[in-house]
Design a protein around this ligand. Structure first.
Ligand code: FDM
Length: 221
């Protein structure tokens, strides 16, 4: 029976500094894969639609204050509540179920943002990684690489808490220490079309590997 052996979707994560182009590239990638007939969804963290997500959103907008450890754990909780559907009857709604049913997820920010941003405030990196243990590991992490200075030139930052050059410089350093050889790094200063093309290549390649039966795994590998 073809259905029971149907292949799973890929968990694709896009990371990078604010204004690196992640959000527009994930939109373009989604559109492309969808038009090619793939089952695909575009996700992002923080997911501001949940109760936890609303607390995060209020914190980011400087409307509430929270201890650095507490907000870190909320970002992590926001990923845990989207990991797997253990409490409701709807077995198709969350990450693991989606992937297993063959849907590829393009995720704008994930645990690496969690660790990079919080450790840039001075929190211990191992402490930051701990609550992420057991979340689904991405099949591919794409880092859209841009210097903090260049990113800041792109129309300036908004009003959210972390959108400041000095802080983004620290985040860039944290990302660098998190990167490993499996990450695909794309120069985010190339034209939108060139970034898109490179992104498509690495993503299609990864989807093929998952299609061939690569098992889902957990953080941190
Ligand atoms: N951010 C995002 C964190 O500090 N920790 C996390 O776990 C995640 C997912 O939230 F400045 C930060 C990164 C960014 C802010 O992200 C909101 P978006 O992509 O601008 O919504």
């Amino acid at each position: 029976n073809k259905e029971s052996i149907s292949s799973r979707g890929a968990l694709i994560v896009l990371e990078g500094l604010d204004r690196c182009g992640k959000t527009s590239q994930s939109g373009r990638l989604y559109k492309y894969l969808d038009e090619q007939g793939h089952s695909v969804e575009s996700w992002r963290f923080p997911d501001r639609n949940t109760g936890v997500g609303q607390m995060i959103s209020s914190y980011l907008a400087n409307k509430s204050q929270l201890d650095d450890h507490a907000i870190h754990l909320l970002f992590s909780a926001n990923r845990w509540e989207k990991r797997s559907d253990s409490i409701s009857e709807n077995m198709q709604s969350l990450m693991e179920e989606k992937l297993k049913s063959g849907t590829t997820l393009i995720v704008d920010r994930y645990s690496y943002s969690g660790v990079a941003f919080s450790s840039s405030k001075g929190l211990d990196i191992e402490w930051c990684k701990a609550p992420e243990i057991g979340l689904l590991a991405p099949d591919l992490v794409v880092y859209l690489d841009i210097s903090p200075e260049k990113a800041a030139e792109r129309g300036g930052y908004g009003d959210e808490r972390y959108e400041q050059l000095e802080f983004q410089k620290k985040v860039a350093g944290s990302y660098l220490s998190l990167r490993d050889s499996s990450w695909k790094v794309i120069d985010a200063t190339l034209s939108i079309e060139d970034v898109e093309k490179k992104l498509r290549e690495v993503v299609l390649d990864c989807m093929m590997t998952c299609h061939k039966g690569k098992p889902l795994s957990q953080l941190w590998p």
